[in-house]
Design a protein around this ligand. Structure first.
Ligand code: GDP
Length: 294
């Protein structure tokens, strides 16, 4: 994950450490390199600009430059600002005081919604909850089957009503959960290749009918800035409670992870690290920053 970015930043910091005492020009040079590395990793342009400005502001004072290990100090500032960029720690589902807790997963086709609905059910089941998976992706013929297969594998019930209106399926699933002692309802919705009014209208409809406690956007980290744009649109239209950033096990560059919070204000709650059912982790900005900085 983020190999190119990590390598570039590590090289920059190695050079900085090798200099001993630092001059303002050394910090400026290092920040130029950090800027290029972040842009190459597909981090949003404005996010990079603000980030570098903040790090510089905190790194160029007399106190830092004359300290015993100025390079270490600059690296620490980069680390702290990177954590700040990615937002507060979360990785928690808000459990409703009156069950069932309703979680609605939204996103474009192929982002990993169905897979992550099942991964979330698996995680919640291990925490002692009784989840119900709900198949509202009625357009992709294989989606209902895919959810049923994953549900069977995890021993988690799956609620489906074929190709009925997704709003009605969602509504009926809540009644079903109440009658069967399921305390968390996870709704897998349909995606599209691109955002369009039909998709958003359908999602607003489902939202209106079940009033989810959590609307989580599932986005593919491999799509970089597109993931950020998708998050911005969905947040504007539906009001997201968080993001699940998927496919971080692949060769992603880091742009989505580092930009989503700063651009949209939405926190990343979970990350997907593979196709297996246990490849789901809570997102920790501090751990992510350490992974990036090595
Ligand atoms: P949906 O259309 O949003 O429901 O997407 P799916 O859940 O069907 O996922 C699309 C493809 O991405 C499937 O082949 C999944 O196995 C794969 N996938 C989902 N999440 C991850 C992940 O975190 N890592 C990897 N490598 N593959 C994933």
């Amino acid at each position: 994950m983020f190999q190119g970015l990590s390598e570039k930043l590590q090289e920059t910091f190695k050079r900085l450490k090798g200099k001993g005492k630092l001059k303002e020009a050394d910090v400026n040079e290092a920040m130029r390199e950090v800027r290029v590395a972040l842009l190459e990793a597909d981090v949003n342009f404005k996010v990079v600009k603000d980030f570098v400005a903040k790090v510089k502001e905190r790194s160029i004072g007399q106190e830092v430059l004359e300290s015993l290990s100025p390079a270490q100090h600059v690296i620490k500032v980069v680390h702290e600002e990177m954590i700040d960029l990615m937002g507060g720690a979360s990785g928690k589902i808000l459990i409703a005081s009156k069950p069932p807790t309703v979680i609605m997963l939204v996103g474009l086709q192929g982002a990993g919604k169905t897979t992550h609905a099942a991964k979330l059910a698996n995680m919640l089941k291990k925490q002692g909850k009784h989840p119900l998976l709900v198949a509202c992706d009625i357009y992709r013929p294989a989606a209902i089957k895919q959810l049923q297969v994953l549900g069977a594998q995890l021993n988690v019930p799956v609620f489906s009503m074929g190709e009925e209106n997704p709003r009605d399926i969602a509504k009926a699933s809540i009644t079903h959960a109440n009658q069967n002692g399921q305390d968390v309802v996870i709704i897998d919705t349909a995606g599209r290749l691109h955002i369009n009014e039909e998709l958003m209208g359908e999602l607003r409809d489902i939202k209106g009918s079940v009033k989810p406690h959590e609307i989580l956007l599932v986005v593919d980290a491999m799509t970089g800035q597109d993931a950020v744009n998708v998050a911005e649109s969905f947040h504007g239209d539906l009001g997201l409670d968080g993001v699940i950033l998927t496919k971080l096990d692949g060769d992603t560059r880091g742009g989505a992870a580092l930009s989503i919070k700063a651009v949209t204000g939405c926190t990343i709650k979970f990350i997907g690290l593979g196709e297996k059912m246990d490849a789901l982790e809570a997102f920790h900005p501090d751990r992510m920053a350490s992974r990036i900085l090595g």
